[in-house]
Design a protein around this ligand. Sequence first.
Ligand SMILES: NC(=O)c1ccc[n+]([C@@H]2O[C@H](COP(=O)([O-])OP(=O)(O)OC[C@H]3O[C@@H](n4cnc5c(N)ncnc54)[C@H](O)[C@@H]3O)[C@@H](O)[C@H]2O)c1
Ligand SMILES: [Zn+2]
Length: 351
Amino acid sequence: MRHVITEGEEVVSEILVGPGLIDGSPLLPERDGRSQVAILTQPAVTGLGEVVAERLAAEGYGTVSMTLPDGEAAKRMGVIEDVYRRLGTAGVARGDTIVGIGGGALTDAAGFVAATYMRGVEAVFIPTTLLGAVDAAIGGKSAVNVDGKNLAGVFRHPTRVVVDLDLLAELPESLLAEGGAEALKSGYIGDPSLVALYETHGLGAPLAEVVDRAVTVKAEVVSSDFTERGRRAILNYGHTIGHAVEVAAGMSHGDAVAVGMVAAAALSEMVTGFDGATEQRDLIASLGLPVEAPTVSRARVEELMALDKKRDDGGLRFVVLEAVGRPAVVHADPTSVRAALAAVGIEEQKP
Ligand SMILES: NC(=O)c1ccc[n+]([C@@H]2O[C@H](COP(=O)([O-])OP(=O)(O)OC[C@H]3O[C@@H](n4cnc5c(N)ncnc54)[C@H](O)[C@@H]3O)[C@@H](O)[C@H]2O)c1
Ligand SMILES: [Zn+2]
């Protein structure tokens, strides 16, 4: 399956989804002027990095490989600076390519490096988590962490994203659930049948269809509004509270988004009269994802939300649902926001 992201008539990024892609098809788009490829991986997938490096070397490219620290630790400025230095030493130049292989943290770091090294070189991603495949690797947003989450970042598309379904089939349940949270997000904002897939099959939802449907939603939204001036904000469903919970509770991104969606559904109930909040909470819980963050202090969550990029002159914006598949962006009043936090167990600490 091939999905594309467009700007006007132009295809700016393509997403290939299928089994056996790592071994089968050409990994890099055809282009003149590329002589070296830098391969950035994370510890869980260095073996795959070696396979890719051998393939590219056999195609005649010079290769340089680096393993970044695992998880969010890859998204630190110190790590990024170190990568720039090693790319420079290896002689990686403007016409060359950075291949990022790993979960969302790795492709975020690799995308940031590719967008900024020498004012921008080509990026190609091979996502190895479901979360990366349905969300993080797609859409050209990448960022590194400074205090608040993802504070410094760029908009710049990878030219190609290769989603090999064979890789995803091997994932442990926890990673299928975390990716399921972002896939469900796409369902809630844009494709009710994706939600139905998880209702019917739970974590056994067929990956080919999950990825295909989630990528369809994301590619369509990003094509309509690359730099998030308007409509793209709907992709942040569950993320305003979710990001704050992620930092405050030290939860994984997928788990925090699950909690954030439960809160956003509760907020939707108050703001739009959405009638699917209980069903949504039950489905999320049935996948083994958290639906509460009771250890987190409300004051800390409010402080972190105040740092959020989704803020504007009117205050914090929230994505809510009018119905499954029908999102809206609203400025919610503080009382409703506190009630939504209470719905996920985040309440003022009693002395
Ligand atoms: N740029 C975007 O639009 C966007 C969207 C959503 C999320 N994100 C970012 O993505 C990150 C979360 O994504 P993630 O959960 O994939 O992060 P991750 O890269 O931290 O991966 C999660 C864990 O899975 C391991 N892993 C990776 N591939 C594996 C495999 N094939 N088998 C076994 N283990 C494997 C990793 O080593 C890591 O420990 C966050 O940093 C979030 O901010 C970005
Ligand atoms: Zn997310």
